[in-house]
Design a protein around this ligand. Structure first.
Ligand SMILES: *[C@@H]1O[C@H](CO)[C@@H](O)[C@H](O)[C@H]1NC(C)=O
Ligand SMILES: *[C@@H]1O[C@H](CO)[C@@H](O)[C@H](O)[C@H]1NC(C)=O
Length: 397
């Protein structure tokens, strides 16, 4: 229910497809985890992880640190062994960053590899469902069970089904999977930290390890127009998401068997009506209001935004990976490298990479072209097996 008081008491027509698939192979669903309310799409004012129902979750490594989001509860549950494996969803960073901040492995699959039916979407063009787990092996075992065609998410799952390898993804859990892999290091602007910082030193050590394991590192790889890609206004991503969200949310709400709200406009009214209540008054709903203001008169503007995003991907990650013959790009997972992947439906995997001066975890994110999960899994697993960075949380105050 997206952490929203407006959806308390709502009844869904059926399990999400990915949940049904997991139940079918014997998984026991422990519950719905907490998350950033409406996946950080109500307001930018609320801190990461916060929602009106559950309040503010904490980072189990350093209690005062950002637990990240928006799949915050999933990440914390996996980090603290409250669950064996968890799922998250990502529009732009919501699997990768909480996995990074909670020393976990997160797989953000290629768009459409996993069905989004039953998910409260921001954007059918960007949203994916993926595992958040303690190890690459766990994440890959989950991935194998949740991928595939779904009648209720037909177009995207048909398009991506060609990427699913015969025999599934477990065959790519190869300890020597880094051998011969060409990895592009996105120094600019993602390694913008002091050379003496723990992050800088840790990544230099990792580069040595990657080379020792047989990877070929291509340094200083630059994505064209990276500053535009990282600016939601300039790229058009912001407008596209606002427009897509309104449509997707209204469709989701209309399908509920029971619900106090049926449209985005109802949710906005609910929030205004309950704004005197302690839990709702803290943060506004500026994103909702902006999304609600859009209508058909904005559609041509949105079309232009979406075609601009495609062009940024074609001229950006697609071009550089082809020209440099890369198998993957890499950058710290606590940087917005995930936006490059988000706007084009590209996959990414984050693996624990270290702990900063305060003890806050960070990951290394490997990203690639659509359908490149087999390569990314080989790289991620081999890196994980060579480094074994994850340790359990210590709840440092
Ligand atoms: C769209 O919304 C604008 C306000 O943003 C309004 O002036 C206009 O009449 C609306 N158009 C349609 C077709 O509903
Ligand atoms: C949507 O279109 C209206 C014109 O109908 C315009 O005034 C408004 O700024 C547009 N909204 C956004 C977020 O671009």
């Amino acid at each position: 229910m997206a952490g929203s008081l407006a959806l308390l008491g709502s009844v869904v027509p059926r399990d999400a497809r990915v949940v049904r698939k997991l139940r079918a192979v014997g998984a026991i669903i422990l519950g719905k985890a907490s998350m950033s309310e409406w996946a950080v799409f109500r307001s930018l004012e609320a801190p990461m992880g916060w929602n009106a129902i559950g309040g503010q979750p904490k980072n189990p490594y350093v209690l005062s640190a950002n637990p990240s989001g928006s799949s915050t509860g999933s990440a914390i549950s996996a980090a603290t062994n409250l669950a064996t494996v968890t799922l998250g969803t990502e529009t732009d960073g919501s699997i990768i960053t909480p996995s990074s901040a909670n020393s976990l492995v997160g797989i953000k699959p290629t768009l459409g590899l996993t069905s989004r039916a039953g998910v409260i979407l921001i954007s059918p063009r960007q949203d994916t469902v993926g595992p958040i787990c303690r190890t690459v092996l766990d994440a890959v075992f989950v991935l194998d069970e949740i991928v595939g065609f779904d009648q209720r998410d037909k177009k995207a799952t048909i398009a991506a089904s060609k990427f699913i390898p015969a025999g599934g993804y477990k065959q790519f859990l190869k300890a020597e999977g880094l051998r011969g892999k060409r990895l592009g290091i996105l120094r600019e602007p993602f390694f913008n930290f002091s050379g003496t910082s723990v992050l800088a030193q840790t990544f230099e050590t990792h580069f040595k390890t990657l080379r020792q394991k047989g990877a070929i590192l291509v340094d200083n790889v630059e994505i064209s127009n990276i500053n535009v890609i990282l600016d939601v206004r300039e790229s058009g991503e912001g407008l596209a998401l606002l427009y897509e969200f309104k449509k997707a949310l209204n469709a989701y709400l209309s399908e509920l068997l029971v619900s106090p709200v049926r449209t985005l406009s109802d949710v906005i009214a609910f929030n205004i009506k309950h704004s005197k209540e302690e839990k709702l008054k803290e943060y506004g709903q500026d994103i909702f209001i902006l999304a609600e203001s859009l209508n058909r008169s904005n559609s041509s503007q949105v079309k232009r935004a979406i075609s601009n995003l495609k062009e940024l991907s074609r001229n950006g990650i697609e071009k550089v990976m082809r020209e440099k013959k890369l198998d993957a790009i890499l950058a710290p997972a606590n940087t917005p490298v995930y936006t490059i992947l988000a706007i084009g439906g590209y996959p990414g995997i984050t693996v624990p990479a270290g702990y900063d001066e305060e003890g806050v975890p960070f990951g290394i994110c490997f990203g690639g072209l659509r359908g490149s999960e087999p390569k990314l899994i080989e790289i991620a697993y081999s890196f994980e097996q060579a480094t074994h960075i994850r340790r359990p949380p210590t709840f440092k105050s």
